[in-house]
Design a protein around this ligand. Sequence first.
Ligand code: BGC
Length: 353
Amino acid sequence: MMSKTKIFLGFIDKTAVYMFTLTNLNGMTAEVTNFGATIISITVPDSKGKFEDVVLGCDKLENYLSQKSYFGATIGRFSNRIEDSKFEVDGIEYKLAKNDGENHLHGGTKGFDKVVWQAELLNEKSSESLELSYLSKDGEEGYPGNLTVKVKYTLTEENQLKIDYYAICDKDTVVNLTNHSYFNLSGQDSGNILKHKVMINANEFTVNDKNSIPTGEIRTVKGTPMDFTKLTEIGKNISSSYEQITFGKGYDHNWVLDISGKSPEKAAEVYDEETGRVMEVFTTKPGIQFYSGNFLDGSEIGKGGVHYEKRSGLCLETQYFPNSIKHKHFPSPILRAGEEYEHTTIYKFSTRI
Ligand code: BGC
């Protein structure tokens, strides 16, 4: 049955935190909490109809508070890195929190992943939706302007989890929102993702320096281990001596998507031969960060008590390019006062034998 439920988890910052469950007619479920607008679980069938939870996450609210891997979370105000933790808009400099050496990562020390959002279950005819909203105040983590942000999760009958992002600010600012779910299509507790195959709809990627900051160079994937234009096993080249791979300790880069950005278009696909599960990613955003979970080290305790080891999940984070505020030839992440930021990303699940 198509349904929605709401369970109280506890209080954080004196605000009630809940877990919401969206269920569609096929039995697919998505659990989301208003702490960090975080996806807790997604259960989908394999090719034999067996349901499994395919995202990494935690059992307890306190583990979400302490975890440092951004499991399932909404990232903001700016996804990924900003070099030297500062940027300029029209000659005005803004200093941001430093939380990755000298650099700023995923919105700072208390990003959108660590705050409590307001939640509203929506009654829409053919789908199940949850809308989460948050007011990020002027100066929060160093960013200018009061930013109202909304993230709407919709579970459709086509086994899609659709995420609509919206933001508006009263000053010129930068915005780059994404979701940081780690997927493992064999199941969240099933080991590493090296045998998963990935396709990314991109002929180019942004080259990083050794601190994972885009240098501004855009390079063809052709003839490199970054070529995912066809479904390719993640493990195939992950130990390559190609400098970009050694810098990232595996895949941790932004690909320049070959899509128009007008309506959601296919950006990536993941295929797990073992279970037949397929995940397609559609988006309106210009880039995608493919992160192969290189920094997971067994210290995070996940659902059912599992220790998430290196590469036990992969992220496909749709986004403006990291550090895009520093490179004029990258699509601009500037949101002018009163302008509306609107993006959509869809994770669609199916099976293939
Ligand atoms: C980044 C990684 C970072 C990770 C944190 C990813 O989006 O690209 O460099 O370590 O998030 O979990």
